[in-house]
Design a protein around this ligand. Structure first.
Ligand SMILES: Cc1cc2nc3c(=O)[nH]c(=O)nc-3n(C[C@H](O)[C@H](O)[C@H](O)COP(=O)(O)OP(=O)(O)OC[C@H]3O[C@@H](n4cnc5c(N)ncnc54)[C@H](O)[C@@H]3O)c2cc1C
Length: 392
């Protein structure tokens, strides 16, 4: 339909949805509950996704991947999340699916050849190290420093919240190579590396957290880590720009994950609403419970449409900042809203682990905070779309 609007996925995209749904359904809610309670990485699930060839979805074909776009990647993560795997499932594979894009786009041929095929076959686990305790959302204030010494860099610093660091062999690490005070533009002077988490120089300590406990999030202390120049991604000083390129697709992936949780929460709520009888009637007959679910359905459907538009724009090489940010904002809100309402509808049982909605509630709450908070999304829309003065 050239020039017109189409709301249909292609046959291939439908096939991806269906295949991932089938694969993910082999790991039921009970599996995820157990992994979450035991704080255990979902290795069986990760291996099954790798065996199915899904980890290489967006990696170029020359490195063994399928070279697909963000639309397909969001479908995959939405289905994983929707299976009940929620954020535990999504975070186990999230970085392999799209997080290597800075390496794909800016890495040397050697670095790509060394790492990308191993991402595809599942052998190489990576984590992403941006956040620091002293910088918060103001990434320009990071202080982890990479000092050039001959053909190596000496890296010292501290990262926080680094997901999957405990299970990863390598880290995609954002550092400063010029101190903040010495750059003219505050986002200059940052350099990206893909390097090994050498246990002799990197101390990793898991953070006790509210949910998504099958995948660790960690404090990472880096002490005189010597990194060969070959592990640098692209040019020195351009690391922030490389990360920035990946922000919109990252927001879309998170949106898809939130959407998936919202959908599964709603399904569980409808089931329980029909089954559970109190005062001689199914509880779902009460408008006080039914209307919030219908409202959540409408919000999820609307949020999904913005997400589809955002992924379409990105895959067609068009600007998508407004849509990517809006999709993340609305999907995170709708996903959490649905999980909260599903929990409420389950009454006391909602608070138990048995019905899984409490897990969805905890995990969907995260999407309003990370990888970027709802407030920062509104800052973007206010400033860059509405044209209001920068508020911070
Ligand atoms: C479970 C989990 C996993 C994570 N995984 C990773 C990971 O793998 N790698 C990684 O690098 N990071 C990771 N993070 C970090 C995450 O990206 C940050 O927590 C997030 O970006 C928020 O930053 P902050 O925690 O430093 O909040 P802060 O910057 O301290 O902000 C605190 C609050 O203030 C608000 N705020 C700050 N400035 C403004 C402003 N100007 N206007 C309006 N509001 C403002 C924020 O929105 C937020 O609500 C993870 C976090 C969690 C919780």
């Amino acid at each position: 339909m050239p020039g017109g609007m189409s709301f249909e996925l292609t046959e291939d995209q439908e096939l991806i949805r269906k295949s991932v749904r089938e694969l993910a359904s082999k790991f039921d809610d009970h599996y995820w509950m157990e992994k979450d309670l035991a704080h255990e990485f979902p290795r069986e699930f990760y291996d099954a996704i790798a065996k199915g060839g899904w980890l290489g979805m967006t990696i170029p074909e020359e490195y063994g991947g399928h070279g697909l776009g963000i639309t397909e990647a969001t479908l995959l993560l939405e289905e994983v999340s929707r299976s009940g795997a929620a954020m535990n499932g999504a975070s186990a594979i999230h970085l392999s699916i799209f997080g290597m894009q800075p390496v794909v786009k800016h890495g040397s041929d050697e670095l790509k050849a060394e790492t990308l095929p191993r991402i595809v076959n599942g052998d190489l686990h990576v984590c992403f190290g941006v956040t620091e305790p002293g910088a918060g959302l103001d990434t320009s204030r990071i202080t982890t420093f990479a000092k050039r010494e001959g053909d190596k860099y000496r890296i010292n610093g501290r990262k926080v919240w680094i997901s999957k660091a405990l299970e990863s062999e390598k880290i995609l690490l954002l550092t400063r190579t010029v101190p903040f005070d010495e750059v003219t533009k505050k986002t200059d002077g940052m350099t990206l590396f893909l390097t090994d988490l050498d246990p002799d120089h990197v101390d990793i300590r898991p953070i006790k957290k509210m949910g998504r406990n099958a995948v660790s999030s960690n404090e990472v202390f880096i002490d005189d880590l010597m990194v060969p120049v070959e592990h640098r991604v692209g040019e020195e000083g351009k690391g922030f720009k490389y990360i920035l390129d990946g922000l919109n697709p990252e927001r879309m992936l998170i949106a898809a994950e939130a959407l998936g949780i919202g959908r599964v929460a709603l399904e569980k709520a409808v089931k329980y609403g029909n089954e559970r009888h109190v005062f001689n009637r199914p509880i779902g007959m009460n408008q006080g419970l039914q209307f919030p679910l219908a409202d959540s359905l409408a919000r999820l459907d609307a949020a999904e449409l913005v997400l589809r538009k955002a992924t379409w724009l990105y895959d067609n090489g068009k600007p998508c900042g407004r849509e990517a940010n809006t999709a993340k904002y609305l999907c995170a809100d709708a996903g959490f809203g649905a999980a909260d309402r599903a929990l409420q509808l389950h009454g006391g049982m909602g608070y138990s682990e048995e019905y899984h909605v409490s897990r969805y509630f905890r995990e969907s709450r995260l999407m309003k905070i990370a990888p970027v908070s709802q407030e920062m999304i509104l800052n973007f829309l206010g400033e860059h779309v509405l044209g209001l003065p920068r508020s911070y």
